[in-house]
Design a protein. Sequence first.
Length: 438
Amino acid sequence: MYTIEVDGYCIYDNTLPMEEFQLDSPELTLEVNSSGSLIFTILPSNRGYDKIKINESYIVVYDNGEEIWAGRPIKEDIDFYNNKKFTCEGELGFLNDTRAPSRQCYNQKIFHEYDGNKIGYVNMLLARHNNQSSLVYTLPGDDTDSVYDKKFYTGICRFTKNMPNDTECQCESTFEAMNKMVSYTRCYMMIRKEVENGVTKKYLDWLRKVDIQNNKNTQTIHFGSNLMSFAKAYNWNIVTALMPYMVIDEEKIVQDDQGNDVQTTESKTYTLGDALLDTVDSTGKYWHKGHSEFVYDKAGIKKYGWVCQSIQVDFDPDAYPGTPNQKEYQLLEAAYDYLDNYRLDYMSVEISGFDLQLLGVNVEKLKFMHYTHIISEPHDFDDWLLLTKMEIKMNKPEETVYTFGHTYTKYMSWITGQLASKVEGFQSTTSFNQSGGG
């Protein structure tokens, strides 16, 4: 059941036949890292015909009472019969209303907490956005002009490395400046709402794949059942060896010219060459020996030769706590993960399908930003892909199109590995296997 409210006033309910609750061709588009859109035509017979105001009204879409999108109208067209067609954008569009500073952000940390304060690139942008945004609440049913809360607060962000050293803000919109971070980390930017002291606050979360990997649809998209289209593209890049490294800012005490102790910060680069570790991953495919800085694939080297790349890994102080080789274990895990998935790094897949529940099949409804099992025997494909786009025709929900897309991207290295079992797994392989590893 889909309903649409304007400033708390219901203008659409697809379960009610009365004209005053109907819209012509309402279509909602949800898309990852996008504000999404809502397009509909309202007739003079609708009870909310005169209530929608461009850039003032606050519009919310509900699915069975659960909010799935919110935003504002940004365009209005009126035809010969006085029907009004509205185009609306989602709340991420609020970030287009404010401007980023003119500032060099060379090597600025993406996110960091210091003495309980959130600092860094993303928090700088949101703080500036909030300072430029008005804050007026409109209660449901209030007939006054609607000026809604455009503020966002820093939510989940585990990207603690630095922005690229050529990052510069040039008075572009906050959304454009924020997208530099999103493009760099390949993260998913999501709005999360929390009620605090009776007030709803909007948090921006920047999520990694690992943060959403447990969000899974139980319904399968299967060839011959509900798979509509399939497209796959390859751009192979072979890597047979890898040099992982991490850069950590460490505090140290130095003496100034007068001999006084001064605390300063120094960046230090760590590689696998800093510790004597002989290891093999759990599959037996990837090896590291001695003080070498490299992890390598023996079979791959035999077939393709030595083709090496490097990746920077973010240090997680909570991973492998208390172990003597905490940093090296994280570098190894990153290298194993990267090499194991690199042949997929440049494969892109886009699939569309439909929800069997809309045909009366007893299955769980497909959910946006949830992984879905895709099976297509003719395409030799069996994998879990993210539901990245939904084009919902509210008055014809059976025609909703679901797009499952995933581009396997380079490893953007936040290493978790907190479990002790992983530490034990690494420690159990510290004896180099001469017969298997040469």
